[in-house]
Design a binder for this molecule. Structure first.
Ligand code: LMR
Length: 337
């Protein structure tokens, strides 16, 4: 064979090889780890993001969603993100203290939001954006806020007044504001990973807990808690976060497409959150395993009275200015609690 023919043959062979699956460009993999069931606002949001991201990048990106603490528990998943072992998480806003950004615990203040509309003024406005920016020095980029909902309290005894909490061991997330909240009610807070709560309730390691109905129901906590109080005493939601180095290192067109997918997945997750929680509560009711307690206006007032001091007591941890800026957005007035 002449030299030129040889080169042509080699070049065409290279093209054939490059087109074969073994030589096809490997997709960029995003491991998205979370701790809740698929059938929750966050679980569905993560799955929807995967769908949009993969469709819109035409397979250049593959999103692997690992639900239910399958890959990592609460504390470990934060470490895994920092180390680059996973690329995306959506931890509860109550779990950023160990990362060194306790300001997110402002969302845990009792009764600070009356409804999703008030909350969205913060999460979809400048205060929320400034909070996400505080993650940057930690090597983390905050992409969005995803809703879950307003929390119920559960135990094996009816919780109607603050006095009913006296001496109860209550599981909480790692937030110091939630610790203060439980102490203000006279309970003993116990920090515990989400994946361990069901068993801890079942075996009596803790007496009760708090979460929105979607988490309570999908973890079957209602099967080991005789009473559920519809207290709406606080909010639980998420920040979707990525490893900043990974995100900044993506090809610009891929990153832009993923940002669009995240925007649409965020809208979807936030649109379904309220109904998901209503449906979960209905399912708990129908199961007949827990009795659902609705507070009278007087009882609710007593909860607010017992809990309002948590706002002032948390100023040094989360910042008075931040708390005030949220009051301003929502029109909240602690004097009215
Ligand atoms: C919890 O630990 O109770 C929640 O943060 C779980 C979750 O991610 O919704």
């Amino acid at each position: 064979m002449k030299r030129r023919t040889l080169i042509a043959a080699a070049v065409s062979a290279a093209f054939v090889l490059a087109g074969s699956p073994a030589f096809a460009q490997q997709p960029i993999v995003i491991k998205f780890s979370h701790v809740v069931a698929n059938d929750t606002p966050k679980g569905k949001g993560a799955d929807y993001f995967k769908k949009l991201a993969e469709e819109r990048t035409k397979g250049r990106v593959k999103v692997e969603v690992y639900p239910n603490s399958q890959l990592y528990k609460d504390k470990e998943e934060m470490e895994a993100l920092s180390l680059g072992a996973v690329q995306m998480l959506a931890p509860s806003l109550a779990k950023f203290g160990p990362l060194g950004v306790p300001a997110f615990e402002v969302f845990d203040l009792p009764f600070i939001f009356d409804n999703y509309q008030e909350l969205h003024k913060v999460t979809q406005g400048p205060v929320g954006a400034a909070l996400l920016a505080r993650l940057e020095p930690k090597g983390i980029r905050g992409l969005a806020y995803w809703d879950n909902g307003f929390k119920v309290m559960s135990a094996n005894k009816p919780l109607k007044t603050p006095a009913d909490f006296k001496g109860l061991k209550m599981r909480i997330q790692s937030s110091k504001v939630l610790d203060a909240q439980m102490r203000a009610l006279g309970a003993n807070p116990q920090v515990m990973a989400f994946s361990e709560v069901y068993q801890a309730l079942q075996t009596g390691v803790v007496d009760g807990t708090e979460n929105p109905p979607s988490n309570l129901y999908t973890q079957k906590m209602h099967e080991v808690q005789k009473f559920v109080t519809l207290s709406d005493h606080g909010y639980l939601g998420y920040a979707v976060i990525v490893n900043k180095k990974f995100w900044d290192g993506l090809p610009a067109d891929v990153r832009t497409t993923l940002e669009g997918a995240m925007k649409d997945a965020t809208k979807y997750a936030n649109d379904i959150a309220k109904k998901e929680n209503e449906d979960a509560l209905e399912a708990v009711r129908k199961s007949g395993k827990s009795q659902i307690i609705t507070l009278t206006p007087e009882e609710k007032k007593a909860w607010k009275k017992a809990l309002v001091k948590v706002h002032q007591d948390s100023e040094s941890r989360i910042g008075k200015d931040l708390i005030q800026s949220i009051y301003k957005e929502t029109g909240f007035d602690p004097a009215k609690l």
